[in-house]
Design a protein around this ligand. Structure first.
Ligand code: ADP
Ligand code: GN1
Ligand code: MG
Length: 364
């Protein structure tokens, strides 16, 4: 699909003249383009065609992001030396003053300032980067803890609710819409056999032992931008910022930070969890949040990576069974490869679970 990016861009109140627009990044949800401007002293931009099959209420989604970014900017403005334009996403209004645009073909668009000179990684190769990632997410959670205005809108209901995800998986297995279930006996058995254990965090929530806080809910490492010196710069992809348990953010970050291979690695012998990267991330994270977490939240941090890696694996498996309607895929077996790689990573985390628990105990 091609779009008239110049025309769309010109309907936003951006500074600078459109020069080029090219696909950008490796997100699985929206269509993302980098817009370069002709003037050297003007910002570049990120233009996104929003996935409104997944995010069904774009005005509420955008209202969340407006609230979050206004609050973060206010916090940053009180920190000497903070660079607000690079440390926080900045939405550019469209010509009618809204933070999104609906074009004549029913597509929703939004525009952000491009965060200059950032670095983004799909795989983490050093404990320094892992530590910086932990600091970034910890600081993000801490800065949002006192955001006024009541709870954020739930942009995707029951997003990390594993009971909900397992219910959908079981429905799709019965329905078998793409005729793929017969090839998946091993994967289905391995995923379903872990279901009960994975309900632990929901149970602790229901028992009132862990609170809902404002969480990001999509803390994979490429949603954390680092600066040119590989220091934490900005947390992006704010579409799922909403009420959640801290375990969701800790778990998803560990899923991506500690994996020695890509999320969709085909050669499963390469997929392992690296415990040194776990320790470095946890250290950075706890340095920012340790004092605010309650003892149950801390006790279950080591469990979180298993839960979220499992949850994302369940979602890849469900999407594969469903015929690939949710995540962007680049080849027909992509969701299957992702399903298998996440399962391998869960197994690696299971083997190192006691070690993870020891590290958390040592760090607090
Ligand atoms: P998705 O939900 O599809 O993952 P994201 O909002 O994460 O979409 O954007 C996709 C990618 O675009 C990011 O991983 C990042 O590389 C890049 N990106 C997004 N926003 C910005 C920004 N403001 N500045 C620079 N790069 C960005
Ligand atoms: C999607 O948007 P992106 O690509 O950062 C997904 C996450 C998954 C991730 C797996 C809204 O994240 O939940 O963990 O893919 N986002 C949404 O890579 O579903
Ligand atoms: Mg993303």
């Amino acid at each position: 699909m091609t779009y008239d990016l110049k025309n769309i861009f010109e309907q936003f109140k951006a500074e600078g003249t459109y020069l080029t627009g090219e696909p950008y990044g490796s997100g699985h949800i929206h269509d993302t383009f980098r817009i370069k401007t002709a003037e050297a002293d003007r910002d570049d931009y990120i233009l996104q065609r929003l996935n409104n099959k997944i995010f069904k209420n774009i005005p509420e989604l955008q209202n969340n992001i407006e609230r979050v970014t206004v609050h973060l900017k206010e916090k940053l403005s009180r920190i000497t030396g903070a660079n607000i334009k690079r440390e926080c996403l900045a939405l550019i209004p469209s010509s009618d003053g809204k933070s999104w645009l609906l074009d004549n073909n029913g597509n929703y668009w939004r525009l952000y300032i491009f965060i200059s000179n950032h670095r983004s990684y799909n795989i983490v190769d050093s404990t320094d980067k892992a530590y910086e990632g932990g600091k970034a997410i910890g600081r993000f959670q801490a800065m949002l803890a006192d955001m006024p205005g009541g709870p954020l809108f739930e942009t995707i209901p029951k997003f990390h609710d594993i009971e909900n995800r397992l219910r959908i998986l079981e429905e799709k297995i019965k329905e078998d819409p793409a005729g793929r279930v017969k090839e998946l006996e091993y994967e289905i058995k391995e995923y379903l056999s872990r279901g009960e254990e994975m309900k632990t965090i929901l149970r602790l929530g229901r028992e009132g032992k862990i609170p809902l806080r404002i969480t990001h809910n999509d803390t994979k490492f490429n949603n954390i931008l680092l600066d040119e010196y590989d220091k934490a710069l900005c947390v992006i992809d704010l579409d799922t910022v909403m009420p959640g348990y801290v375990h969701y953010d800790f778990g998803d970050a560990i899923r991506t930070v500690t994996n020695t291979a890509a999320e969709d690695e085909k050669d499963l012998s390469k997929v392992e969890m690296n415990i040194d990267l776990f320790e470095a991330y946890a250290k950075g994270y706890l340095s920012e949040t340790g004092k605010t977490l309650n003892s149950t939240e801390i006790e279950y941090l080591a469990f979180a990576p298993k839960l979220i890696t499992y949850t994302i694996g369940v979602r890849f498996l469900t999407d594969y069974i469903d015929g690939d309607n949710y995540f962007k895929i680049h080849h027909p077996l992509h969701n299957l490869q992702r399903t298998r790689a996440q399962l391998k990573l869960v197994m690696s985390m299971e083997r190192q679970y006691e070690e993870m628990k020891k590290i958390i105990r040592r760090l607090v």
